[in-house]
Design a protein. Structure first.
Length: 137
């Protein structure tokens, strides 16, 4: 297999996995960067999903909870957080589990970032008809 073939295989594996877990948002990732950095979009898909996300050591629901926590801690990642909260719901994470992860993050990365992330979750839950979130007391 040539390097080009291997690169294409990683991209195809990544795109299939991204589409599967995100509900078909793979092309949107590609399109969002197509006019400025198509290579960044390709690497997100090929490396981020074709290599890292595809690893069997963590199941998709656990990967999403980790990703939500990291994006919350980073702050300023609301568009990516929105995508990953939707993806978490797609792979079986319950809204109450997302809220609990965000509550947990408050102690480690601060209330402002946890509040911002919780507001993104609230928007996603509202769009998907999942409010009010039961069991969050």
């Amino acid at each position: 297999m040539t390097e080009h073939d291997d690169r294409q295989a990683r991209f195809e594996r990544g795109m299939a996995l991204l589409d599967e877990v995100s509900g078909g948002q793979g092309q949107g990732v590609m399109d969002s960067l197509a006019d400025v950095s198509p290579e960044l979009a390709r690497q997100i898909v090929a490396w981020g999903f074709g290599e890292i996300y595809a690893r069997p050591q963590l199941v998709p629901r656990d990967r999403q909870l980790v990703t939500i926590g990291i994006l919350t801690a980073l702050g300023g990642c609301e568009p990516q957080l929105r995508l990953h909260i939707n993806t978490a719901l797609n792979v079986g994470v319950e809204p109450v589990e997302i809220i609990e992860a965000l509550l947990q993050s408050a102690g480690y990365c601060g209330f402002p970032r946890a509040i911002n992330a919780t507001n993104v979750a609230k928007e996603v839950f509202a769009e998907r008809g999942l409010l009010p979130v039961e069991g969050t007391r």
